[in-house]
Design a protein around this ligand. Structure first.
Ligand SMILES: Cc1cc2nc3c(=O)[nH]c(=O)nc-3n(C[C@H](O)[C@H](O)[C@H](O)COP(=O)(O)OP(=O)(O)OC[C@H]3O[C@@H](n4cnc5c(N)ncnc54)[C@H](O)[C@@H]3O)c2cc1C
Length: 453
């Protein structure tokens, strides 16, 4: 039996994977490039958060971690849309009782690392993977502090080292037909902060994800346990269109221009963000990438997992959820094939690759939906019709967002196919004359029933 497993990267997915594998009796060594974040003080006022939803929670639940992680989550029941006229509209995410969770990336990672150690994994920090000797199954690490080299022999190796994975690069360099696709969108992002009010309360409704959709860009805000909100401005790096008026990070580069831009676009957010100009000027502007690659595995001894296998843009809030789901599926295959790692890896790749491709494409599509369509009356009417129909016929219709976010039993690739079929029906319904008036009629309901069957 293969016993010693080396995991490159103790991020969100590597840490969870180690819990799954420890529970199966393997000896786990996790190597992390960064220092131990549990021993460091967070830089003041900066907490980056993520939306954890049912796929991620199910994966945590399977190894008994969901309860512990839920303690550091804030439920978000829907989107609060901040319109340009100052009005706010609430759009529930799903049915009554369904919600996604805001969680601090740092706190989640720290907790997962501790849970990994409690389950028997050893984590080595400041160890950066620099090479892999595939013939001898040895991973080379360079210590970021001492610059010493360590060679780790392993029976099995996992690359869980994120979107810019060194393990993936080693795999690619020593593979004669490795497919690789990397795609940057023209938008970057910058994080800003909404502090608590003078009374120490949340400055906005805490149980919602706030969105200021502005067609070509958007600002979003997610709550943190310390009553701050982390805001993210998704904004074009530069204007690639013919429209001279189109704004971009490149154009907004002085205090005056920043103020003018925020006053024109997010006037209700300004009083909530006392330090926005300084944060805008000093916080980094980061890029957003989709990575697709193949194969994810090498015979019976190596696999990529999480962002290393499939990096997504964040607009469906699924990158981490998808990586956690990778761990759950892999574990189900270990249950099925026991120590036959060749079968485990081969089926893992066959199952997960189409699902990762599907959610990567859906995430790109959802950017348009979030920044543009959430403020479009026609789109909102379409959502109302879909929601009404889904309530009347829950066995026949589940909106795409619910399929992706609240239905972990449905594969991403099946959710995408179902979503495409439903979108086709809805585009026909929305073209009907007078749909604005008769959207609640029996005629529409019957027509939709006919179109489904
Ligand atoms: C702005 C933004 C918002 C997001 N929002 C959401 C969201 O709401 N919901 C969601 O589900 N997902 C979200 N994501 C995606 C999510 O962050 C990733 O999918 C998730 O972090 C992937 O986890 P991972 O462990 O695979 O990779 P990472 O979290 O990137 O962890 C990789 C680890 O490997 C380490 N490492 C890297 N190179 C080496 C090396 N050479 N040697 C050793 N260690 C190494 C890194 O230091 C890191 O600790 C968001 C992403 C972004 C950018």
């Amino acid at each position: 039996m293969k016993k010693d497993i080396t995991i490159v990267g103790a991020g969100l997915v590597g840490s969870l994977l180690s819990v799954y594998l420890s529970k199966r009796g393997y000896s786990i060594s996790l190597f992390e490039r960064r220092s131990d974040m549990r021993k460091e003080k967070l830089s003041a006022g900066r907490s980056i958060n993520l939306a954890l939803s049912d796929r991620g929670l199910l994966a945590l639940e399977k190894v008994g971690l969901a309860y512990s992680i839920k303690q550091i989550c804030i439920p978000m029941h829907g989107r609060c849309i901040h319109n340009t006229d100052g009005t706010i509209a609430f759009q529930p995410y799903g049915k009554e009782g369904q919600y996604i969770n805001s969680v601090s990336r740092g706190e989640l990672n720290k907790r997962l690392m501790s849970l990994a150690e409690e389950n028997g994994a050893n984590i080595y920090f400041n160890e950066k993977c620099t090479a892999i000797d595939w013939d001898n199954r040895k991973v080379v690490f360079e210590n970021e502090e001492t610059k010493n080299t360590k060679i780790q022999k392993a029976d099995l190796i996992f690359g869980a080292d994120g979107a810019f994975s060194a393990a993936r690069l080693q795999h690619q360099l020593h593979h004669h037909k490795f497919d690789y696709q990397q795609y940057y969108i023209d938008c970057g992002y910058k994080e800003l902060t909404i502090p608590p009010t003078a009374n120490g309360d949340f400055a906005l409704e805490p149980n919602a994800l706030h969105i200021w959709p502005r067609k070509y860009y958007m600002l979003i805000a997610l709550p943190n346990l310390d009553k701050t909100f982390t805001c993210t401005l998704f904004f074009p790096f530069e204007n690639l269109s013919d429209d001279e008026q189109r704004l971009s990070f490149k154009k907004i580069n002085t205090e005056e221009k920043i103020k003018k831009f925020f006053h024109a676009n997010f006037p209700d957010a300004i009083p909530l963000m006392p330090d926005y100009v300084n944060e805008f000027l000093t916080n980094p502007t980061s890029s957003l990438v989709t990575v697709k690659c193949f194969p994810w595995i090498r015979d019976d001894y190596f696999a990529l997992i999480g962002d290393a296998a499939h990096a997504l843009v964040p607009f469906y809030g699924q990158g981490m959820n998808c990586g956690f789901e990778d761990c759950r599926i892999l574990d189900e295959l270990i249950e099925k094939y026991a120590t036959d790692w060749s079968k485990v890896f081969s089926e893992y790749q066959t199952m997960r690759k189409p699902d990762a491709d599907a959610i990567a494409d859906l995430a790109i599509y959802n950017f348009t939906e979030m920044r543009d369509k959430t403020a479009d009356p026609k789109f909102l009417l379409q959502k109302k019709i879909e929601n009404r129909f889904a309530q009347l016929h829950p066995d026949k219709w589940l909106p795409l967002y619910s399929l992706v976010t609240f239905s972990p039993e449905i594969r991403y690739s099946d959710a995408m196919k179902k979503g495409e079929q439903q979108e086709k029906i809805m585009s026909e319904i929305m073209k009907m004359p007078g749909i604005e008036k008769k959207w609640e009629s029996e005629e529409i309901e019957k027509l939709m029933l006919r179109k489904i069957d």
